[in-house]
Design a binder for this molecule. Sequence first.
Ligand SMILES: [Zn+2]
Length: 152
Amino acid sequence: MDGVYVLLIWVKRKRRIRIGKLGPLVFMRGLYFYVGRALDGLEARIERHLRKSKKHFWHIDYLLEYSEILGIIYVWTSHGKSECKIAYNLGKRFKLIENFGSSDCKCKSHLFFKPMQIKKHLCKGAPVATNRERRPNGVRERRGRETVSAPG
Ligand SMILES: [Zn+2]
């Protein structure tokens, strides 16, 4: 299924990272938001992002080698424009890393940045718990609740 997602990424300390063809960029310590879209395979894409060893293909692959995914927000949608709309809105609030992840669209960037400190103990238990919980399975999350939406 198609979907749009935002990765919440933590960069522990200031670091220079070579981001493919973009070249070397300096990443400050802080929280990063990366907006992405997966056509026909949102689960696979998210699992790929979570995997540590992989071939570098997208800009985000280079950054993830030196950072940590704190959380993932995702939405099942086939509405192609949502990805760039989210990017546009994040760009109004946060600094951006120019041209990152936006080679295929007209956005200035798909990576946004908030310099901040996170206390270690707050990070630890929070985001990535078990494989099971990590699975982006919208259906499972809804189990047990009654369906209120009507078709159409
Ligand atoms: Zn875009």
